[in-house]
Structure formats: C-alpha cells, structure tokens
Unconditional design. Sequence first.
Length: 142
Amino acid sequence: MILIPPTHGRAGVRRVVARELLVDNAEKRLRERMLDEMNRLYREEFGADAPEAWLSWESLPRDSTYEMEFRLSAEAPTRARTYLDALRGSVRTVPIAVTHESRIPIVANPYPYGTDNPFRRDDHVLTFAGWDAETGLMVFDR
C-alpha cells in the first residue's frame, strides 16, 4: 500500500492549444502527454501513477479565440462504500458510505457486557488516513 496523505487528494494538468493544430489524432496525443505528465507528478510524489478512477477530462473552447483548453484533473473520493482497512489489510464494503470524518468501530462493543459507556477510545476505531495510490480507495487506520 502506498498512502496518499489527506492533504494531497487533488491535482490538475491544463493545456491551451490553437484549434487549427487539432488535426489527425492531435487531441489523442495531447491527452496522452497530459496523462504522462499527471502520472509523472504522482510517481515523483508517491511512487505510483494517479488512480485511474480519479481522472476526469474537460475540453473547453476559449471565448472569442481560436483556442481550446484541455484539463485533466485527478480528484480523490470524499465518500465511498468500499474502503481499505489498513489494520486488517483488507478491502471492506459497508452499507452506508464513509467519509473523511467517519470513525469505524474495530469491534462491535469494546466494553464489558452490561456497561453503557458512551465514550469510545481512539484505539477502538479506525479513522481516515488518506488514499491508497494503487487502488484509489479511502484508507482507514488507527
């Protein structure tokens, strides 16, 4: 597992190209170069390519010019029903989506039977630790 910290969940690459240059697979080559650049950024920072599920493309005509703007962005999920449990080293699916604020209990009831302790200790729950660079999943750990 390669952990992407919670502060690094977004990245972007942008290019502006004259419309007359977009002939014969030029857009395809441009997208490939932008993807290579995005992956290079992620490899330098984390040692893995940007998770494919995070990627989104936009192509926008620029107002009153003969240019097209291309944007490639990588944005990490902020809620999911499937997450990586780093404590157990397994992928888990839950019925209710988890977010970066979720606290996932490690055990159903960490207190002795018959006691109604409203306080849950920090070592009894998993909290959001970041994202796994290889799978793109949210990672929860102690």
